[in-house]
Design a protein around this ligand. Structure first.
Ligand SMILES: Nc1nc2c(ncn2[C@@H]2O[C@H](COP(=O)(O)OP(=O)(O)OP(=O)(O)O)[C@@H](O)[C@H]2O)c(=O)[nH]1
Ligand SMILES: [Mg+2]
Length: 330
């Protein structure tokens, strides 16, 4: 990591990784270029940022000219974070979606059932995490929009079919296919320092169908033949085994805290629909989510929570804690 990257740079970099349109990308890249310390050690990175910026500009112009979006599929981010379900054909991605959310994707014993990505919301206590079901990845074909979905996700779940001898080679295929591209899976999410285009998305390995008779043997084989450093969650998407543990881990991986807001005029806060902000985010980050007027206009807030005495007045730099109740004052 080049020295002395500012908080603004790191924030823009994270936003860049999650950008889903050339417009969003361009804005993030411009902030990154502006914020990057200008010295010899960052020459390569500066050059790379500049070339990304010109590429994003071209893409944006092409969109304006044709009136068409250049990225085929766009699923707006919703909830506390976004998780993309990946795997070979028949791994059980759609079954997991059906078990964890109220979505009703087609689940079938033949491969290539799912043809388009589809979102669903996974509840965790009083918040939701967005899951995206996707078509299978194979050596022969990856839908081009898959790269964008993987890059912009906070987490990927890589499902493995333990009910079929093809399950392990199919999992290897997914990893190999992606490792030939600039959109890869890893134990943690990050962007390559030297090459801004190369992005790694945090991944859990999810061996599925542990209820199947030969599943335990195949699981051992999986560890032998396809070793990864991804955290592992063994499940039966159909029977429900391991799903609560996976649900908790998925929420935990979103790394957010819940904040309940209260109008100064209201007696009680709105306890039904908390906002979620990244752990470590401040009052000012929340203010922007609540209403754009608060970004400029926020004077102070009163907070009820675990870190402060009830009703304490705080400023924009106050770091939010889980279950804080916040009353914003303009
Ligand atoms: N025994 C068992 N079968 C499962 C489990 N999960 C899924 N299946 C079966 O596996 C088959 C494929 O499931 P899908 O959810 O359609 O798989 P997919 O990964 O979405 O498949 P594509 O859309 O083709 O990529 C179906 O017959 C499911 O009933 C499980 O936990 N145990
Ligand atoms: Mg499917």
């Amino acid at each position: 990591m080049p020295a002395n990257l500012t908080q603004q740079y790191l924030k823009a970099e994270e936003a860049y990784r999650q950008a889903t349109t050339p417009d969003e990308e361009l804005k993030c890249l411009q902030v990154m270029l502006q914020e990057i310390p200008k010295h010899k050690g960052t020459d390569q990175l500066q050059a790379s940022l500049k070339s990304k910026i010109s590429k994003a500009k071209k893409e944006l112009q092409a969109e304006k000219k044709s009136g068409k979006k250049s990225r085929g599929v766009r699923i707006p981010r919703q909830g506390a974070g976004t998780v993309v379900l990946l795997g070979g054909p028949n791994a059980g991605k759609s079954q997991l979606m059906a078990s964890m959310t109220r979505a009703t994707p087609e689940v079938a014993p033949y491969p290539f059932t799912t043809h388009a990505p589809a979102p669903g919301m996974m509840p965790w206590e009083d918040v939701f995490v967005q899951l995206i079901d996707t078509p299978p990845i194979t050596t022969d074909f990856v839908e081009p929009y898959m790269y964008g979905l993987i890059r912009s996700a906070d987490l990927a779940l890589l499902l493995v079919d333990l009910d079929n001898d093809d399950g392990i080679p199919q999992c290897q295929e997914v990893l190999e296919k992606l490792s030939d591209t600039k959109t890869r899976l890893a134990a943690t999410s990050y962007l390559d320092e030297q090459d801004v285009g190369l992005s790694y998305t945090r991944t859990f390995l999810v061996p599925n169908k542990i209820d199947a008779p030969e599943a335990p043997v195949r699981l051992e084989l999986l560890h032998e033949l396809c070793p990864t450093d991804f955290p592992e969650y063994i499940i039966s998407a159909q029977h429900g085994t391991g799903l609560e543990k996976l649900r908790d881990a998925v929420y935990e991986a979103m790394d957010v805290v819940r904040v309940y807001t209260k109008l100064p005029s209201a007696k009680e806060p709105d306890m039904d629909r908390p906002f979620t902000v990244r752990r470590g985010d401040t009052l000012l980050d929340l203010a922007g989510q609540v209403h754009k007027d608060y970004i400029e206009g926020l004077k102070f807030a009163r907070v009820w929570g675990s870190a402060v005495h009830d009703g304490t007045n705080v400023k924009g730099d106050y770091v939010l804690h889980d279950k804080d109740v916040v009353e914003l004052h303009m």
